[in-house]
Design a protein around this ligand. Sequence first.
Ligand code: UTP
Length: 291
Amino acid sequence: MEIKKAVIPAAGWGTRFLPATKAQPKEMLPLIDKPAIQYIVEEVRDSGLKDLLLITGKTKRPIEDHFDRSVELEDFLREKNNNSMLDLVEDIAKLMDIYYVRQKAQLGLGHAVYCARSFINDEPFGVLLSDDIILGDPPCLQQMIDAYHKTGTAVVAVMEVKDEEVHKYGIVFPAGDSNRNLFPVSSLVEKPFREKAPSNLAVIGRYILLPEIFDILEDLPPGRGGEIQLTDALNILAQQGKVHAYRFTGQRYDIGDKLGFLEATVDIALSRPDIAESFLRYLSSKVQRGA
Ligand code: UTP
């Protein structure tokens, strides 16, 4: 079945970025001059999907405003003949059809995904977490869709992480040859202790899910951290042979983490023709001074 819809859960508090996230959504923090969430929406658009649902919350209104038209700003830019900025602003509102639903209590990622039930109905769909920026061509979501068409099951994006980092992720237990790009998973565990981790293969924020996930999420008790965990729902499906893991290609940044956010900012700056040269000169002068 064709995948036409995607869901971006964006209702979390973003506590790792306080105080910046006290009064603004972490999804609106910019990587140079583009809010993080726009990179994710562009990935959905570039993967050929038509409809997008954002799961938001009370404090997330700026996200809706960002993807809406801003007629006053457009008029102002038009009057000033600032056509490049006018195009930039108008294009954001045309990116794709975006729908919104509010998660009324932040009960966890599994609960956030459950809020998409009526929108999804009975189709397979993509889920993207805006903490994970993945740069590359083809877009990671597109790769995941291709993987889904090979397996017909749920697919989770995975990458190898260091032993000391497994406690930060959902970790998969491979059922087949995990050196391949696409392999079956027999179970998943959310944020295991290092000595109990079944592998070093961490689930990154891209998923293809089937509507059967909603029946599982509906009755799922809270798991790790007292939250309703998507990993726990996927674990039930994995035990039925209904989950594959996919090793994606592309450069991934964990921008929910301060260091990851900084790395993404630096790499994007170095890839931007308008600022790369001056930024590189600045970095070289810092290195020469031993700073
Ligand atoms: P995180 O666990 O990273 O939570 O959620 P967070 O609140 O965004 O950030 P920290 O850890 O407090 O700094 C992973 C993803 O799931 C979404 C978040 O928005 C993020 O994209 N999420 C999480 C929800 O939409 N609702 C929830 O109840 C929990």
